[in-house]
Write a protein that binds this ligand. Structure first.
Ligand code: HEM
Length: 299
């Protein structure tokens, strides 16, 4: 019996901080001991949620019996017209979330300090909840997300498999061109996503173009069953540069590959997602968030 990292599913958090690290050349056991300390009160107490996830190489070396066969680093996706999603894989990913930016910042800093001897901070991004969970384009993000009762089934590796109750993470920073998007009439903006702007109603029939975002990312297996993911993205940024820090959790990383192929025009129909005309990813990594039980064993 293993327990997942509950913070994956934490609700009501408006402040977020994502950190990516690369390990220094140290004994893996030292790195593991340092990561294990992250569950200490200095980092994870005081009202914040913490999710810890590892890159494929480190996790496979550290816990080979608990690494899913499908675990691998993120590969760049390059579409036929040159639009692309770059790979910027690192070794370790932390997600700190909470009710206010001050506590989240303090805990993110404490985590980085604890890891300082074994890992270099390579990228970080604070994020925030925008109005009623809207992307900066003004569209509600999360409408079709699995509800709380289904989310664990969608996000976690099933019992009995290597890595059980762990989760495959995708993290990508997207930079929006809001001026270009806002220049579209609202009806055209709605066709970009395939949903209405005010209340996120799905456009029906021919009203939803095949290039609409939700038409591209709804993917199925060979038997026609939908392959869902559990999304936890948040907006971020400054006036000069802003967008979406896209984060999702899944029982199987192949779902991300299918969705990205359909967004960037590398799937068989060659169509790209209209959304990629208005936003572009500048980072992309896959991680594995093992169960709390495995993390405790590492400690
Ligand atoms: C800047 C990038 C992105 C933005 C602004 C964005 C925004 C949105 C919005 C507004 C929706 C509709 C409401 C909802 O159901 O949540 C949506 C749906 C969705 N998005 Fe994205 N998204 C982005 C990137 C991605 C990526 C990279 C993936 C997958 C790898 C993805 C997967 C999904 C899925 C699975 C849905 C639900 C589709 C459905 O079944 O209706 N999105 N997104």
């Amino acid at each position: 019996m293993t327990t997942p990292q509950h913070s994956i599913f934490a609700q009501g958090t408006v402040a977020h901080h994502f950190l990516e690290f690369d390990l220094r050349r140290v004994e893996p056991s030292r790195a593991v001991a340092a990561v294990a300390q992250l569950r200490s009160p200095a980092v994870s107490a005081g009202g914040v949620n913490l999710v810890i996830a590892f890159g494929a190489t480190f996790w496979r070396e550290t816990a080979p019996d608990h690494a899913p066969a499908s675990l691998r680093p993120f590969s760049a996706v390059v579409g036929p017209d040159g639009r692309s999603a770059p790979a910027t894989q690192h070794d370790l990913w932390l997600w700190v979330s909470g009710s206010a930016p001050d506590v989240v910042f303090e805990h993110a800093r404490a985590a980085a300090k604890l890891l300082g001897d074994v890992a270099v901070l390579s990228a970080e991004q604070p994020g925030f909840v925008h109005r009623d969970s809207r992307d900066l384009t003004g569209f509600i993000d999360g409408t079709a997300n699995p509800q709380m009762l289904e989310a664990p089934q969608v996000a976690l590796v099933p019992p009995g498999q290597p890595g059980e109750n762990g989760s495959h993470v995708i993290a990508m920073r997207w930079v929006h061109n809001l001026d270009a998007f806002e220049a579209l009439p609202v009806a055209d903006q709605e066709r970009v996503f395939g949903r209405t702007k005010v209340d996120s109603q799905e456009l029906e029939g021919d009203a939803k173009p095949p290039t609409a975002h939700i038409a591209r990312v709804e993917v199925h297996d060979d038997a026609g069953e939908e392959l869902p993911i559990y999304r936890r993205s948040v907006p971020y940024g400054t006036v000069a540069e802003h967008g979406l820090y896209f984060v999702a959790f899944s029982a199987d990383p192949a779902r991300y590959d299918l969705m990205l192929a359909r967004m960037f025009g590398t799937s068989t129909d060659g169509v790209h997602d209209r959304l990629t005309d208005f936003t572009r990813p500048v980072s992309g990594s896959y991680y594995f968030a093992p169960s709390l039980t495995r993390l405790a064993e590492l400690a």
